[in-house]
Design a protein around this ligand. Structure first.
Ligand SMILES: Nc1nc2c(c(=O)[nH]1)N[C@H]1C(S)=C(S)[C@@H](COP(=O)(O)O)O[C@H]1N2
Ligand SMILES: [Mo]
Length: 377
């Protein structure tokens, strides 16, 4: 963080084999917080516990004077204020959102960026106008192929000054499964500043980078968008010169609420002998989760957990539960999800240069104390 232009223009980097997390990664981690795993007890993540990821600064925005423009290859360009957006028929969708970089800090070698472990996830009820309602209102021109979404935040990334901007192919933007939303409410209240106040995109089933916050412009284009967040970032690459494939939908993942109580520094868990209830959540942006398995012997053997009904919320995580007969000693607990497409979670890391979609199974170290044994100061 020397402040030279050369430093802020540097390309993406992979850490040396034993390189510790640096102060710049710590600074990112302190700004962008994850979901405390015990908060998976709530079907709907309280807004303050939902993970947050902001590339630049949270911009100063004002709902009273906010205008969303719909421009480019349309019949009629639109300028919509908040009362007008609220006057369209509204829909609410329960959506589990996850950062594509979730799991990055567990990769070896580690791509240097926001160092998520497994906690970059949350589930909210998002209310707003279906994107296709607004596109129909503007009238999509025959030559349009993509829709580009621009946020009000501004920054520089690997030497390129930019507004945060991402696109969706027109069929995704116009689709009804999932239906993309232009959302103005989170959990039945206005969007908090960090989650995009007053307006954001919600793309159910897709990783977080698609869900543009502080949304100020929607532009239809007749060529594919090649901006930084589309063509440089968010691609599955093996090497710096590999063009890679775009990151889109969320890979399956199950997480467990760590049982018992934690050690402050290591966060290792302590439990007493006997039946220990295990529970957590599972999700996939490809197809519904059909199976969750738990291992209490470090991944040697697996047994199926009980999966709660989806309750009609196709794009939200599902609760699972199981039980473990804990015996004194050290244990490693793991959990993995499988979806209806047969996708599951790997036992060895799915490495790529950006550190995206690492859905390697979670491992929780647990120390089971003898009955009556306790830690004392
Ligand atoms: N305008 C804007 N939108 C954005 C971002 C951003 O930095 N700026 N970050 C994206 C990324 S990478 C993620 S993971 C999600 C995070 O959404 P949340 O903070 O509401 O959980 O927002 C996405 N939308
Ligand atoms: Mo993200």
């Amino acid at each position: 963080m020397g402040g030279r232009i050369g430093d802020i223009s540097a390309p993406g980097r992979v850490a040396a084999p034993d390189e510790a997390i640096g102060l710049d990664e710590l600074a990112l981690a302190a700004r962008n917080h994850g979901l405390p795993l015990e908060a998976m007890r709530y079907d709907l993540t309280p807004a303050g516990l939902h993970y947050v990821l902001v590339h630049y600064d949270i911009p100063a925005t004002d709902a009273d004077s906010w205008e969303l423009t719909v421009s480019g290859r349309v019949r009629t360009a639109l300028t919509l204020d908040m009362p007008t957006l609220r006057s369209f028929p509204a829909v609410t969708r329960r959506v589990t959102m996850e950062c594509a970089g979730n799991g990055r800090a567990r990769l070896s070698p580690r791509p240097v960026s926001q160092p998520w472990l497994v906690e970059a996830v949350g589930t909210a009820d998002w209310t707003g106008v279906p994107l296709r309602t607004l596109l129909a209102e503007a009238g999509v021109a025959a030559e349009a192929v993509e829709v580009v979404f621009t946020g009000a935040d501004h920054g520089v990334e690997r030497g390129i000054e930019q507004d945060y901007r991402r696109s969706l192919p027109l069929p995704v933007a116009m689709g009804d499964d999932p239906e993309v939303l232009v959302a103005y409410a989170m959990n039945w209240g206005p969007l908090p500043p960090q989650h995009g106040s007053p307006l954001r995109l919600v793309v159910p089933g897709w990783y977080g980078m698609a869900q543009v916050k502080w949304l100020r412009d929607i532009a239809l284009t007749d060529t594919p968008f090649t901006g930084f967040q589309q063509a440089v970032a968010y691609r599955y690459r093996q090497g710096a010169d590999d063009p890679g494939e775009p990151v889109t939908r969320i890979a399956p993942r199950a997480l467990m609420i760590p049982p018992g109580f934690p050690d402050f520094m290591s966060r290792a868990r302590v439990v007493r002998p006997g039946e220990v209830p295990l529970e957590g959540r599972a999700w996939s942006g490809h197809a519904p989760v059909t199976k969750v398995e738990v291992s209490t012997d470090g991944g040697g053997s697996w047994s199926e957990a009980e999966l709660a009904p989806a309750d009609g919320h196709r794009w939200a995580w599902r609760r699972w539960q199981s039980s473990w007969a804990a015996a004194p000693g050290s244990h490693v607990l793991s959990v993995r999800a499988t979806d209806a497409d047969g996708r599951t979670q790997p036992l060895s890391q799915p490495w790529n240069r950006g550190g995206f979609a690492n859905n390697l199974v979670q491992r929780i170290s647990v120390l089971c104390l003898e009955n009556g044994q306790a830690f004392t100061a």
